[in-house]
Design a protein around this ligand. Structure first.
Ligand SMILES: [Fe+2]
Ligand SMILES: [Fe+2]
Length: 319
């Protein structure tokens, strides 16, 4: 038998070690857990929309419209991670990311359908009217600024990762990957949006309404669990190679500190919720993400999240 030609060998990516590994197993799980928006019945939600008060409608839409935009943004911003997985020759990451990208597209589809079937809005100018504008959330003490993570951090760190993919060394790609994943999976998916999911689930349960919204959020949340732990596990794998990448994680949480310490406008839009619960939850998620990545949590950040004197003023007005 001929000795295998390395050029030909390099065309095959599977190995026994890889398919027994944690990232490949996440891919298998994602395939097993596949669900379809078409199987969700929006009928009861449409009836519930007719019976709630105008104040309840505004509050709920403040959160759901944010998700409608957010899921489109994360779908659109994932490409740098795929490019990096390819560049780093990690085919199991590419396979998992294929399910990840499909799921973000499906989450966007879910919110598009919910708004269309339940609220009767779909075109950009119809939904944009309900988007709560960021510039209206301020810290009265002036200590913190609330920036736009979704539309600033993700394209920014994503752009840097693409640059590294095109012309950086492997180490530069890895560092930029850790930074992008810290922003995308750990910060946005893993801490910042977690209270919003809970806010919507709690609201549907308190109002005993919107079963499709409740079901969709639960399905999305179980997908998100895989996205988050993929990102934190990938960071951990890279940090084990080079512990100096830990700085890249802290840089992200530091740059967007203001977004995490207080609740922002859309998270305060539903009346009568116990908001302290969501701050405690953020701390728990932040600690979990740090543990998963293998980085030391920033205790000052935790104190600031729990500090009741840090409370942002929200001028709740739709754009
Ligand atoms: Fe999503
Ligand atoms: Fe996600």
């Amino acid at each position: 038998m001929a000795v295998s030609d390395p050029t030909v060998t390099s065309r095959f990516h599977f190995s026994r070690e890889m398919i027994a590994g944690p990232i490949y197993r996440k891919y298998e799980k994602a395939i097993r857990k596949m669900w379809s928006v078409e199987d969700i019945d929006f009928g009861q939600d449409a009836l519930d929309w007719e019976r709630i008060t105008p104040e309840q409608r505004t509050g709920l839409l403040g959160v759901t419209v944010r998700f409608l935009a957010g899921e489109q943004a994360v779908t659109d911003e994932l490409v740098p991670m795929l490019a990096a997985a390819h560049r780093l020759r990690r085919f199991d990451w590419t396979m998992f990311l294929a399910t990840f990208l499909m799921e973000e597209a499906k989450h966007a589809e879910f919110f598009m359908r919910w708004h269309e079937r339940v609220v009767g809005v779909l075109d950009p100018e119809e939904v944009a009217r309900h988007f709560l504008v960021r510039g209206k959330t301020v810290d009265p003490t002036g200590r913190f600024t609330v920036r736009d993570v979704m539309y600033e951090a993700l394209p920014d760190y994503g752009g840097r990762l693409m640059e590294a993919v095109h012309s950086g060394t492997d180490a530069e790609v890895e560092r930029a990957f850790v930074q992008f994943s810290a922003a995308y999976n750990a910060f946005v998916e893993g801490v910042l949006t977690m209270p919003s999911y809970e806010i919507v689930i709690d609201t549907t349960e308190r109002w005993d309404a919107f079963p499709a919204l409740n079901r969709g959020f639960r399905l999305i949340l179980s997908d998100e669990g895989r996205h988050i732990t993929f990102g934190t596990m990938a960071c951990r794998i890279l940090l084990e190679k080079d512990p100096s990448y830990e700085d890249a994680v802290h840089e992200v949480f530091d740059a967007y500190r203001g977004n995490i310490v207080g609740l922002v406008e859309y998270q305060k839009a539903v009346p009568d919720l116990d908001l302290d619960k969501y701050q405690t939850m953020k701390v728990r998620h932040y600690r979990n993400r740090c543990r998963e990545m293998g980085v030391a949590p920033d205790e000052t950040l935790i104190e600031q999240i729990l500090d009741p004197s840090i409370d942002f003023v929200v001028g709740v007005e739709a754009g």
